[in-house]
Design a protein around this ligand. Structure first.
Ligand code: NDP
Length: 352
């Protein structure tokens, strides 16, 4: 089988490419320029060579502008499944449309290309949405589920425009993209020979295998950069209030596997599915990093933070109901310890 992975060079996408290849799927990846594909072709050189590895192949297609109608017409031809992952997630944004347009139009052009040009073998399109499309920011602790929609960020962006926080713009873009795709799909599902599944992860952490410009932590993708800044940046250690903040997370490799399961499991069709390993308080990551560093990254100085934050047990503000994920996908999750070990080992090799 052949799957298309859009934005293949990104942090989560490249791990997803890896999961598909190792399970015997040939992968066609899209990147915005051929230069952005060089690292992928090198990293997966066994699969990228003529004939692939035991017939399992990686090939890349350049899609310069995902918002252009027909952008994916060629890329979708003959694929059995699609993981649509390309979408902006960074802090360098002014006009909210810089996020909303590629998120929404990029998804709709992909769906329209799939409808018109993929072919009858196409079974499913898995769209990487986000818990950004689920969560609302509020003062009290709350457990969210697939029934929750983040209207709040859309309203804030409408009210504040450019003045809205970058992450508010991001969350609005993910909510609007998921809604637009859902509406598109609901209107046509009887006429399509395939269905759509949304995977909604919270913060994604764990080692990186994508290209990081200059091999510098400041050039990391947004979520892993946050982890680096909170857990390892001894020059700008975070204060007590920041380290008491909590959220939910998933290891990038487990999330990659979740995309494969989302494509394979019949019952995932038409569903949005929250994929998370559970909740964390930032101080927990510091404690674990301090505990494992001597064996994984000897001599590495790690901020101690404020361990008393956890004195009465961790207080989690944002948790998710994972019943649907367990029923439909059954992802196996790494523990915080495993993720910290592997991330520190990765950073050690990078000399960070
Ligand atoms: P990365 O920034 O590493 O990857 C994003 C990918 O999307 C890259 O291939 C990037 O291409 C592409 N992209 C960004 N903006 C555009 C655009 N305007 N037009 C076309 N392509 C674009 O981030 P992640 O791996 O973290 O994100 C992958 C997906 O996962 C996204 O959909 C994101 O919303 C989602 N997600 C991420 C979470 C996280 O914590 N990391 C949590 C929940 C969801 P290029 O390199 O050329 O810019």
């Amino acid at each position: 089988a052949v799957v298309l992975v859009t934005g293949a060079n990104g942090y989560i996408p490249i791990w997803t490419v890896s999961s598909f290849l190792s399970r015997g799927y040939s992968v066609r990846g899209t990147v915005r320029s051929s230069a952005k594909g060089d690292h992928l072709l090198k990293y997966f050189s066994e699969y990228a060579k003529e004939g692939g590895k035991d017939g399992v192949k990686l090939e890349l297609v350049v899609v310069v502008d995902i918002t252009k109608e027909g952008a994916f017409d060629e890329a979708v031809k003959g694929v059995d499944g699609i993981a649509h992952m390309a979408s902006p997630f960074h802090e360098n944004v002014d006009d909210p449309e810089e996020f909303i347009r590629p998120a929404v139009q990029g998804t709709l052009t992909l769906l329209r290309s799939a409808q018109a040009h993929a072919g009858p073998q196409l079974k499913r399109v898995v769209i990487t949405s986000s818990c950004a499309a689920v969560i609302t920011i509020q003062p009290t602790a709350r457990t969210f589920s697939e029934l929750d929609w983040n209207e709040q960020s859309i309203d804030e962006v409408k009210a504040q425009g450019r003045a809205a926080a970058p992450m508010t713009k991001y969350r609005a873009s993910k909510t609007l993209a998921e809604k637009a795709a859902l509406e598109w799909f609901e209107e046509r599902k009887g006429t399509l020979g395939w269905d759509v599944t949304w995977v909604n992860p919270p913060f994604v952490f764990g080692p990186a295998i994508h290209e990081i410009p200059g091999n510098k932590p400041e050039n990391l993708n947004t979520s892993l950069k946050a982890w680096y800044d909170f857990v390892l940046d001894t020059k700008n250690p975070k204060g007590r209030d920041a380290l008491a903040l909590s959220n939910s997370w998933v290891d990038v490799r487990d999330l990659a596997d979740a995309h494969v399961l989302a494509l394979e499991k019949e019952a995932a069709g038409g569903e949005r599915i929250i994929v998370t390993a559970g909740a964390y308080v930032w101080q927990e990551w510091l404690d674990i990093a301090n505990a494992v560093a001597p064996s994984v990254y000897p001599g590495k100085e790690i901020p101690k933070g404020y361990p008393d934050i956890l004195a009465g047990g961790p207080e989690y503000k944002v948790t998710y109901d994972t019943a649907k994920e367990r029923r439909v996908l059954g992802v196996g999750y790494r523990t915080k310890e495993e993720t910290v070990r592997d991330t520190l080992a990765d950073f050690k090799v990078r000399g960070w």
